[in-house]
Write a protein that binds this ligand. Structure first.
Ligand code: SAM
Length: 388
C-alpha cells in the first residue's frame, strides 16, 4: 500500500504528486524505457546488418529493395518481436502508472485549476469539433488521447500528459518542465532574427504549454496565445502556466482555421505538432499561420529530427515502429515531407530549414547553432522558418 504522500519531482503546483509506490513505479518505467532504448534497441541494427540483410541478399541474389522489405524480414525475428513488444508494453505501463496516480487526486487538481485573478485566460468552445486525425485513435497510445473530457472543469488528460512526458522523454527534454523545445525555438529566433522582439506570439498545438511557457519567459511584455484541441488539456495548461506565474491566453481552436484577426501576430510557432496533422491539414495550417501573422512577422515550425531521406535502413524501420505500434500514423509521411517547400508554398519569404541545437537557455548573440545536419534525437531539432 502507498505509505507516504511524498512530493517527489514536483516542479510546479499543478504537477500531480506522487506517493512512495507511485514514484517507484514511474521510475521503474522510466528506467525500463531507457534500458530498452539503449541496450535492446542497439542490438536490432546488428541483427539487421549481420543476419537479416545478408539472408535476403542470398535468397534473391540482390540486396533488399527498400526498408519495407527488410522490416518484413525483421518482423519474423524473435529478437525484433521481443524488442517491439517490450517497447509497446513499457509505453502502456507508463500511461497506466501515471493515470492511477492522477485519478486518485483528480478532485484536488481540478480545485487547484480554479485560479483566482489569472493573468492569462482560458476560452473553451463547447461546440468544438476535434479534427478526425486526432479523434480517430489514441496518439502515443495515451488512453483518451489529447481530447477526452470526463467531467466538468476536467484537467485529467493534461495532468496525465504532463506527468508522463518526462518519463516518455526520459528526462531529455528539460526534466519535468519539458521545456527544451521552447528554448530551442527562441534560440532559433535569436539566431535568425536577433532584432525582433515579438509583442504578440501564437503557439499552435501547445498541449500543456511546455514550450509556450518557456517562450513566454523571454518576452514578459508580450501577449502570448496558445491553441489546442482538448478542453481538459487546455484547462490544465492554463492553470499550470498561472501557477508558474506566466499569463497565457489559451483557447480551444483548430490550427487550420482560427478566430484570430488577419495580420495580428509577430511570431507564430509550432513545436512537434506538424507530424501529428494530416496531409490535407498541413497546407491549411501553413496558410493560417501566414494569415494571422503581420507583414514582417516570422513563423517557426520545430519538428522531430530525422528526415527519412537522411535515415539509414534501421532508422526508417525504427520510424515505422511509431506508425504501427505507437499510433503515429503520419510519422513517415511527415518525416518525408519537404517542410521548407511547404512553408515557401504558403507564401513565406526567406525560408530556411535545418537543425537547431537543443538548448535549455536561449542567449542573444550566441555562436551559430542552426545547421544542415541533425546531431540526433534530443541533441537538435528540425526547424523550418520564414518571414511573411
Ligand atoms: C506532440 S504535441 C505538441 C507538444 C507541444 N507543442 C510541446 O512542444 O510541448 C502535438 C499537439 O498538437 C495538437 N494539434 C494537432 N493538430 C492540431 C490542430 N489542427 N489544431 C490544434 N492543435 C492541434 C495536438 O492536440 C497535440 O496537443
Amino acid at each position: 500500500m502507498p505509505s507516504t504522500t511524498a512530493n517527489v519531482a514536483e516542479p510546479h503546483p499543478m504537477m500531480p504528486k506522487v506517493n512512495h509506490d507511485e514514484i517507484a513505479e514511474q521510475m521503474f518505467v522510466s528506467d525500463l524505457k531507457t534500458f530498452i532504448g539503449r541496450e535492446i534497441e542497439s542490438g536490432q541494427a546488428k541483427l539487421m546488418n549481420n543476419k537479416v540483410i545478408p539472408a535476403i541478399t542470398r535468397a534473391k541474389g540482390a540486396p533488399p529493395a527498400n526498408h519495407i522489405e527488410v522490416r518484413g524480414a525483421m518482423e519474423k525475428e524473435i529478437d525484433y518481436q521481443a524488442w517491439a513488444t517490450l517497447n509497446r508494453t513499457a509505453q502502456e505501463m507508463m500511461w497506466d502508472s501515471v493515470a492511477s496516480c492522477v485519478d486518485r487526486q483528480l478532485d484536488a487538481l481540478i480545485e487547484k485549476s480554479d485560479v483566482k485573478n489569472p493573468k492569462g485566460s482560458l476560452t473553451l468552445d463547447p461546440n468544438f469539433v476535434v479534427p478526425r486525425y486526432i479523434e480517430a485513435f489514441d496518439i502515443h497510445c495515451m488512453p483518451g488521447n489529447y481530447h477526452a473530457v470526463t467531467r466538468p472543469n476536467d484537467v485529467r488528460q493534461g495532468a496525465v500528459f504532463d506527468r508522463a512526458a518526462a518519463i516518455y522523454h526520459m528526462g531529455r527534454n528539460g526534466g519535468f518542465m519539458n521545456d527544451i523545445r521552447g528554448h530551442t525555438v527562441v534560440s532559433h529566433l535569436f539566431e535568425r532574427w536577433p532584432g525582433l522582439s515579438p509583442k504578440r506570439i501564437l503557439d499552435i498545438g501547445c498541449t500543456v504549454g511546455h514550450s509556450t511557457v518557456a517562450v513566454a519567459g523571454y518576452f514578459p511584455d508580450a501577449e502570448v496565445h496558445a491553441i489546442d484541441v482538448g478542453a481538459g488539456l487546455l484547462r490544465y495548461a492554463w492553470a499550470r502556466a498561472e501557477h508558474v506565474g506566466v499569463g497565457i491566453h489559451f483557447s480551444q481552436q483548430n490550427a487550420e482555421a482560427t478566430n484570430f484577426p488577419d495580420n495580428h501576430f509577430d511570431m507564430v510557432f509550432s513545436s512537434a505538432m506538424l507530424h501529428e496533422t494530416s496531409h490535407t491539414a498541413l497546407p491549411r495550417i501553413m496558410a493560417e499561420c501566414r494569415r494571422v501573422l503581420k507583414p514582417g512577422g516570422v513563423v517557426i515550425h520545430l519538428e522531430v529530427p530525422g528526415h527519412y531521406s537522411q535515415l539509414d535502413t534501421w532508422g526508417r524501420i525504427r520510424g515505422d515502429y511509431e506508425i504501427f505500434y505507437n499510433n503515429e500514423p503520419f510519422w513517415r509521411g511527415a518525416l518525408s515531407t519537404d517542410f521548407k517547400a511547404k512553408v515557401a508554398e504558403a507564401g513565406f519569404k526567406d525560408v530556411r530549414a535545418g537543425y537547431q541545437d537543443a538548448t535549455a537557455k536561449a542567449v542573444t548573440g550566441a555562436a551559430p547553432a542552426f545547421r544542415d545536419k541533425s546531431k540526433g534525437v534530443h541533441q537538435s531539432w528540425f526547424i523550418a522558418s520564414g518571414v511573411k
